[in-house]
Design a protein. Structure first.
Length: 232
C-alpha cells in the first residue's frame, strides 16, 4: 500500500523547516528552489506567460511552489493535488487563489477530466512514489493533459554528490528513492517528445557563476534535472 499520505501527514507541520535545514548545504532555501523551478517553466514553455492556461502541480505538498506558479502565470488557472490531507489543509489555508484537492492514496487515479491541463508538473514527487505506481500515474497524467500539452518532471540528480548528501540528511526522504535521469526519461518517452535539462550547478557561494548555467543543460551533473514531455 502507498505510505505517502501517512508519512507526509506526519511531517506536514515540519516539512518546510526540515527541508530548509537539509538544503542549508547549498546555501539556499526551499523557497529559492521552488521559485527556480517556476522560472525554469517560464523559460522552457514561454507561451505560458501569454495565455490563460490550466496548470496542475502534481504532488504539491504544502502548496508553496503552487503559489509561485500562480504568481508567475497570473492569467492561468492553477491547481494543486496531493495525497496528504494535512498538507492540503495547510495549502488551502495559506494560498486561497489556488484550487487544491486530495487524491487517492490507494490508486493512481486523478480526479480530473480528460484533456483538462495545458501543463502538469511534478516537483520531487515521483521519488516518493513506489516504482510500481509510476506507470499508472504517467498514464493518468497523459490522460488529463491536453493534446500538445506538456508534462515536466522535476527531480533530484543522483549523479551529483551534494544532492545525494542533502537527500540522505533529509528525514522526509527516509523512504524515498531517487530517479536516475535515464529512467525518468524512459518513463516519459512513450507519451511524447522528450527533452532532459540539467540545472542548479552552483551553490550560493558560487552564485556569480550561475550566468553560465543556460549553456550547461546537457551536462549531467547539475544538482537537479527536469524531463520535459510534449504530448503526442
Amino acid at each position: 500500500m502507498n505510505q505517502i499520505p501517512q508519512e507526509f501527514d506526519q511531517f506536514a507541520q515540519q516539512y518546510r523547516p526540515d527541508l530548509d535545514k537539509a538544503l542549508s548545504l547549498s546555501g539556499e532555501s526551499s523557497a529559492y528552489f521552488a521559485q527556480l523551478k517556476v522560472k525554469k517553466l517560464a523559460q522552457w514553455i514561454p507561451l505560458l506567460s501569454n495565455q490563460e492556461a490550466t496548470i496542475l502541480d502534481f504532488g504539491c505538498g504544502d502548496g508553496l511552489m503552487t503559489s509561485f506558479l500562480k504568481q508567475q502565470f497570473s492569467r492561468a488557472a492553477v491547481f494543486g493535488v496531493d495525497p496528504s490531507p494535512k498538507s492540503i489543509e495547510i495549502a488551502q489555508k495559506n494560498y486561497t487563489d489556488v484550487s487544491f484537492s486530495v487524491n487517492s492514496d490507494t490508486t493512481t487515479t486523478l480526479d480530473f477530466p480528460d484533456g483538462m491541463f495545458d501543463v502538469v508538473c511534478a516537483a520531487g514527487a515521483f521519488h516518493h512514489i513506489p516504482f510500481s505506481m509510476h506507470e499508472g500515474y504517467m498514464n493518468e497524467i497523459n490522460r488529463i493533459l491536453k493534446k500538445n500539452g506538456t508534462f515536466v518532471l522535476f527531480e533530484l540528480n543522483p549523479l551529483n554528490p551534494v544532492t545525494v548528501m542533502i537527500f540522505r540528511r533529509n528525514p522526509i526522504d527516509k523512504n524515498a528513492c531517487m530517479l536516475w535521469p535515464w529512467y525518468a526519461r524512459s518513463l516519459n518517452s512513450k507519451y511524447g517528445k522528450v527533452r532532459t535539462k540539467f540545472y542548479s550547478f552552483f551553490p550560493h557561494a558560487l552564485k556569480y557563476l550561475r550566468f553560465t548555467e543556460p549553456f550547461m543543460t546537457k551536462v549531467p551533473f547539475g544538482a537537479l534535472y527536469a524531463v520535459i514531455m510534449n504530448k503526442k
